[in-house]
Design a binder for this molecule. Structure first.
Ligand SMILES: N[C@@H](CCC(=O)N[C@@H](CS)C(=O)NCC(=O)O)C(=O)O
Length: 211
């Protein structure tokens, strides 16, 4: 049985959502953030970096949300919500699944960290370029969602499970104005209507109702 170690208001909601989409059994262990909004030290007993998500699956201890998503889909999902290598959508599937953490979250966190560290961030050298890079990412994503209903193409996949968090729960930490991006707003609304997403948010979203 997979155990999901979930940190309140965090990326680990992705894994709860994935399990709900796949209809797989799991145990959810929820940990609250400290008053400094980080993970408690005890999280390091599960994985040395003390970050969420982490899953255990028998003897397997696995961190990093993208790796966990690929692991679950491949080992327990029978390939559901992934794209087979021979399909034309396979490169897009891989790209967006990895882009979510490898590029987009990195950029959002870079900007957010600078805003928090610098008393007048917009006066700092290089900040205009950071803001411009964020806009470039958002334009790029908006273009993709204007051309396809889901990131990998016609079907909802695990790439969507990776890509949603920056546009939903991440906004609890840092405002993000999506007014100029109707294709992103429509996409978020469509995903938020999914029953499995709603179940996952009830269990592990920022306003979780259970426990
Ligand atoms: N790239 C990693 C990021 C992991 C990460 O930084 N998780 C955050 C939660 S969203 C965390 O555990 N923060 C707690 C802390 O900084 O102490 C992933 O996708 O799993």
């Amino acid at each position: 049985m997979i155990v999901i170690h979930h940190l309140d208001t965090s990326r680990s909601e992705r894994i709860v959502w994935l399990m709900e989409e796949l209809g797989l059994p799991y145990t959810l262990e929820v940990t609250d953030r400290t008053p400094h909004i980080v993970a408690p030290e005890a999280f390091k007993r599960i994985h040395p970096l003390g970050r969420a998500p982490v899953i255990t699956d028998g003897a397997v201890v696995l961190a990093e949300s993208g790796a966990i998503v690929e692991y679950i889909v491949a080992r327990h999902g029978g390939g559901r919500l992934s794209v087979a290598p021979e399909r034309p959508e396979f490169p897009d599937y891989l790209y967006w699944l990895h882009y979510a953490e490898g590029s987009l979250m990195l950029q959002f966190l870079r900007e957010w960290t600078l805003e928090r560290m610098l008393p007048d961030a917009d006066a700092a050298p290089g900040m205009a370029r950071v803001r411009q890079t964020t806009k470039q990412h958002l334009d790029f994503i908006a273009q993709r969602l204007a051309a396809a209903p889901y990131f990998a193409g016609p079907d909802f996949t695990a790439a969507d499970v990776m890509m949603l968090f920056p546009f939903t729960t991440m906004r609890q930490f840092r405002a993000l104005d999506l007014t100029p991006y109707p294709s992103i707003r429509d996409y978020v609304a469509r995903i938020e209507a999914r029953p499995a997403y709603q179940r996952a948010m009830d269990l592990a979203g920022p306003g979780r109702k259970a426990g």
